[in-house]
Design a protein around this ligand. Structure first.
Ligand code: FES
Ligand code: MG
Length: 593
């Protein structure tokens, strides 16, 4: 495509070069000129490129972006653009209480307001830690100015006593060893800290690596962006090229609405299964789709993604970490293998200006130990089942958790395939879980299933990653490392626990989980993707009639605003009113004086 800047009037010129309103133009000019910019830069034929910086001291997973800024700006300058960096509200998964999930929609809102209200023609979205990526994509989808994602990249691989130590995954493993009495508090700290040897986001295929793979699979970044480890020289190069590329995207008017199509989302769902991606991807992608005005449903994750094989051998589903994934070819190699097998829409447009099919031509796995071929995968059918029944309208399950041991413990009747029963143990939240999990009165055995409720978007608030509950210490000492768990919250993408998550609607808005009691029998039937409490209808109706809303107390104004407007995880956990606003970057704001 050709460079059309000479005859193009940029959006930023409505601020910086508007002879119809000299007073305003002067006001806008003088205050931006008093920093590094000249009048010629601001009024001339160069687009202004915003850089949404998600890195800060409070956001260590994204801190690398502070150091990438120079390279991004150099790339923008090199292509004839004017860079303007601005801060994004921090969303640090391991720092923010009660949960970083609460802040995804806040950072989204703030990004929309910045992109709409300032003289910006296009934007580089810096991504990394779990919720930063969807927050940036959601904002770009709403505003619909040209936008490109740049990941900060995963940390280097962690090592502990000669073995790979993966982010998060080592926490869950160490928690079990501590419960068994095999390690002490100090070793727990040392083991876990060994998993974080450098700047970057989680080095496992947790939610961060997953969501950056999703951004790339959607076509919102340059090819190969997701997997480059943060400290590698290739990351600097990617920052420079991304800066260069966004300028041309503005000149070509290549917008999120050209890229975020139904086909793009189907590609992302397929890639998520193939990488062993996080159960957090469905609500985040659902949110991006809704802000983009694309029709996507939680059921699509089963219909489009369920029978896709697992290709990536990376923790928590496999063995390796981010460095190996990058050397094996990263997301392009996975997509190349999927493309060869006819699993992807090759015609989907991407940020490169070419279709996905063109981007991936000739790319395949460079190391089949780490990225398998489609014909010889780690596992077949790696996608999610989407369950429903009297406990919820929808909840996600990774069926890979159905091991032989699971079958032995939970099969409802011999000969009846894929139908499981268990006794329910119900907790009212993570505090209740920690207080009572080792209480002998609950008689938790290997035939039990653990439930947690009041931890969804409205209940927590924000929806907490607390569903992957550990069995009582006594069971772990007896060799039972996992019990199935169910909840209206989420679970860390770094956990491989056998969980049923994201139950919607959540209990505090009257979802069926609210009426479950400890001791109830529960049946999971994978033949028809159902899960039900085996409680007769009269008794169920009685419990429903007697149900009382648990106390909900907001601690900050944002928590109250969030709770008032948030929807359910199945619909993306969006601020519902925000989904009505589309392409707002095309609608110029009024002058400010
Ligand atoms: Fe930030 Fe995992 S905690 S990326
Ligand atoms: Mg987490």
């Amino acid at each position: 495509m050709s460079d059309t800047r000479a005859n193009k009037r940029f959006r930023s010129q409505e601020w910086f070069d508007n002879p119809n309103n000299p007073g305003m133009t002067a006001l806008y000019l003088e205050r931006y000129q008093n920093q590094e910019y000249t009048r010629d830069e601001l009024q001339g034929d160069r687009p202004v490129i915003g850089i949404a910086n998600t890195g800060s001291d409070l956001a260590p997973c994204n801190k690398i972006h502070v150091f990438l800024m120079d390279r991004i700006k150099a790339g923008i300058r090199d292509a004839g653009g004017v860079p303007m960096e601005f801060p994004v509200h921090p969303i640090q998964e391991t720092g923010k209480r009660p949960t970083a999930a609460l802040d995804r929609n806040l950072a989204y809102l703030s990004l929309v307001e910045v992109l709409h209200g300032y003289p910006i023609d296009g934007v580089v979205l810096t991504t990394g830690c779990d919720k930063t990526t969807p927050a940036m994509l959601m904002g770009a989808a709403t505003v619909d100015l040209p936008a490109i994602a740049l990941n900060g990249g995963p940390m280097l691989d962690g090592w502990w006593k000669g073995k790979r130590a993966g982010s998060g995954t080592i926490v869950w493993e160490s928690r079990r060893l501590l419960a068994e009495g095999k390690i002490d508090y100090e070793e727990f700290m040392s083991r876990v800290c060994s998993s974080a040897p450098s700047l970057g986001h989680c080095n496992t295929m947790g939610t961060a690596s997953t969501m950056n793979a999703m951004a790339e699979a959607l076509g919102m970044s340059l090819t190969g962006n997701a997997a480059i480890p943060a400290p590698f020289r290739e990351r600097m190069g990617m920052a420079f090229e991304t800066g260069r590329r966004i300028v041309q995207m503005v000149l070509d008017d290549l917008k999120p609405s050209d890229i975020l199509t139904r086909e793009a989302f189907e590609n992302a769902i397929v890639v998520n299964a193939a990488i062993g991606g996080s159960t957090n991807a469905p609500p985040h992608l659902q949110a991006v789709a809704r802000h983009a005005g694309v029709d996507l449903n939680v059921k699509d994750w089963e219909t489009v993604g369920f029978d896709v094989p697992l290709l990536v051998n990376m923790q928590p589903a496999g063995e390796y970490l981010g460095e190996s994934f990058f050397r094996a070819g990263g997301v392009p190699a996975v997509m190349g293998e999927l493309m060869k097998a006819g699993r992807l829409h090759g015609g989907a447009m991407t940020a490169t200006g070419n279709t996905m099919g063109v981007n991936l031509a000739g790319i395949e796995s460079a190391d089949t130990e780490v990225i398998k071929t489609h014909d010889a995968p780690m596992r077949t059918k790696a996608g999610f089942k989407v369950l429903s029944g009297n406990l919820f309208d929808s909840a996600l399950m990774k069926t890979s958790v159905i091991s032989e041991d699971f079958r032995r413990r939970f099969l409802s009747e011999p000969g009846k395939e894929d139908t499981f029963e268990a006794r329910a143990i119900v907790f009212e939240g993570p505090e209740d879980y920690h207080d009572r999990i080792n209480d002998p009165a609950l008689e938790i055995g290997e035939d039990c299933i653990l439930f947690i409720r009041n931890v969804g978007c409205v209940g927590y608030p924000g929806s907490a990653e607390v569903v992957n509950m550990q069995p009582p210490d006594a069971l772990i000492k007896a060799g039972i490392n996992h019990l199935p768990t169910v909840g209206d919250g989420r679970q860390s993408g770094t956990s491989e626990s056998p969980s049923i998550l994201n139950a919607s609607p959540e209990s505090v808005v009257g979802g069926g989980l609210a009426y479950l009691q400890t001791g109830d029998r529960v049946r999971l039937d994978l033949n028809d993707s159902s899960m039900n409490a085996l409680v007769d209808e009269v008794e169920w109706a009685r419990r429903k009639a007697e149900w009382q809303l648990p106390e909900i107390r907001s601690q900050t104004p944002w928590q109250e605003i969030y709770r008032t407007h948030v929807g359910q995880l199945a619909e993306g956990g969006c601020l519902e009113l925000a989904t009505a606003y589309q392409k707002v970057g095309r609608d110029l704001p009024r002058d400010n004086h």
